[in-house]
Write a protein that binds this ligand. Structure first.
Ligand SMILES: C[S@@+](CC[C@H](N)C(=O)[O-])C[C@H]1O[C@@H](n2cnc3c(N)ncnc32)[C@H](O)[C@@H]1O
Length: 242
């Protein structure tokens, strides 16, 4: 279900979604504090899912985050380089892409799910209208497509993948906003196809974000790995970044 307020925002963003697109998942798109937001129909009091680059955790991370030493930046090469062209082929809510853009990533984001794409487009739109985030968000270009159609033509430096992984944790442990995300997208197990396509390009590096215990994509051991508490980055360097 899409509320009239959310429908108005979608029209302003020039995005059309079928009105019954969330009927199966018991979710609705609404406006929450002026943001396009996805909420449970059955739990209207729960904080909904939205994209916010201006305030909240991402703003905090932009101001006080770990600088260039963050594993994400080491994985894609931005701990050493001040500018790289990066394809984020699994854009999601754009959180990783935003951090990469903060540190010099010229980001192409591709998202195939229409509702996630709408949330992300709304977040980018608001980010472009804020003077602090405008220069960062201006480096993030969003395409609505399946990345298998895009990867082969990509001529930049790095391909970044963060595919969905079936959650084995008890649902109470999974962060609340991620529960909505999983409800929306369901199980996805086609990430190897993206990795295969990425391997056939001439990019200098492929970096993959994985949950701690997940096998590497294509079962191919990475040459470099950066592991943290919750997850890790598998890195496949193919030539020197410049
Ligand atoms: C785990 S989320 C990515 C989260 C993201 N890194 C972030 O920081 O917000 C994975 C996303 O990739 C998208 N996705 C998966 N396969 C895709 C494909 N072949 N093409 C485009 N998007 C894809 C899913 O719809 C989902 O939104």
């Amino acid at each position: 279900m899409i509320t009239p307020e959310a429908q108005g925002r979608l029209e302003r963003l020039d995005i059309s979604l079928p009105s019954d697109c969330l009927a199966q998942q018991a979710l609705e798109l609404d406006l929450f504090e002026h943001k396009l937001a996805l909420r449970w129909l059955t739990q209207p009091k729960m904080v909904p899912l939205f994209v916010d680059f201006v305030e909240g955790p991402l703003a905090h991370r932009r101001r006080f985050g770990g600088g260039r030493k963050q594993d994400l930046l080491k994985a894609v090469g931005l701990s050493q380089q001040t500018s790289l062209r990066i394809l984020d082929a699994t854009a999601g809510l754009g959180r990783d892409a935003f951090i990469m853009a903060c540190f010099g990533g010229e980001m192409t984001l591709v998202e195939r799910d229409p509702v996630v794409r709408a949330l992300l487009a709304d977040g980018l739109d608001r980010g472009l209208n804020d003077e602090d985030t405008q220069p960062i968000v201006a480096k993030m270009t969003l395409a609505f497509d399946d990345s298998v159609n895009v990867i082969g033509d990509y001529q930049g430096d790095v391909i970044f993948l963060d595919p969905m992984f079936p959650s084995r944790e008890k649902s109470a442990k999974v962060k609340k906003d991620m529960q909505i995300f999983h409800q929306l997208l369901g199980e996805q197990d086609d990430a190897d196809v993206l990795m295969q396509a990425a391997m056939q390009t001439s990019v200098a590096r492929i970096a993959v974000k994985r949950p701690k215990l997940a096998p590497p994509l294509l079962n191919q051991a990475p040459s470099l790995q950066f592991a943290g508490k919750a997850g890790r980055f598998d890195v496949y360097p193919r030539r020197k970044l410049q």
